[in-house]
Design a protein. Structure first.
Length: 213
């Protein structure tokens, strides 16, 4: 099993502060992405207005012929799609954001643990690349990991890569992260509830994906 080195896993997409004419304009730009909320314990998750995204990024059931067992997660980096393999030659497909060139996770791992409303701390490599970046984010709507996180392991070792929610819905369908796989919060809620710890995760670029164990 091989997973690319965690150069700067799960770094937020925006590398420099967004230049805006006013805080009021910033609020307007952000708010236009949402319509309603989804209750989740103490939080109200903003629900994304999917009309602003490519319709093919929406969760859907698709025919999926592969050697992978039901329950396996397959991420196609080039397609920017995540497939949760189902019985009967089907899969649940989600649009995702993936790593920028050179920061892409690759190979096979497992879900080592799951977390609701996780906290976030940058890796040493992330701090080396951006010394002024935030040092920690507690659970909440502003957290870069969003509402849920699935932690990718190699054996007993945390690879520092995640499948997680995001508070940057405009990034879905693009290559912007530093290796992690981002999903809309509402989509990662669904995946989280249907994935077991120990499930195989295959991240592929081109050609045939490795066969799950």
């Amino acid at each position: 099993m091989m997973i690319g080195a965690p150069v700067a896993a799960c770094q937020t997409a925006r590398q420099e502060p967004l230049t805006l004419t006013s805080a009021q304009q910033a609020d307007a730009d952000y708010a236009r992405w949402y319509t309603g909320t989804i209750p989740d314990g103490e939080y109200e998750i903003p629900k994304v207005d999917r009309s602003l995204l490519d319709p093919s990024l929406a969760p859907t059931e698709v025919a999926y012929s592969s050697a992978h067992r039901p329950g396996t997660i397959v991420v196609d980096v080039d397609e920017k799609r995540l497939y949760h393999v189902q019985e009967g030659g089907m899969a649940r497909r989600y649009g995702v954001a993936v790593g920028r060139q050179g920061y892409t996770l690759r190979g096979t791992g497992t879900i080592g643990r799951k977390a609701k409303w996780p906290s976030w701390t940058p890796t040493a490599n992330m701090l080396r690349l951006r010394p002024t970046m935030q040092r920690h984010a507690g659970p909440g709507l502003a957290n870069p990991l969003g509402a849920r996180a699935l932690y990718l392991y190699r054996g007993s070792q945390d690879t520092m890569f995640r499948i997680h929610g995001t508070n940057e819905p405009w990034s879905i369908g693009t290559s912007v992260s530093s290796g992690c796989i981002r999903m809309l919060n509402e989509d990662v809620l669904e995946l989280y509830d249907n994935v077991q710890v120990g499930a195989t995760v295959v991240v592929r670029r081109s050609g045939a994906a490795p066969t799950s164990a």
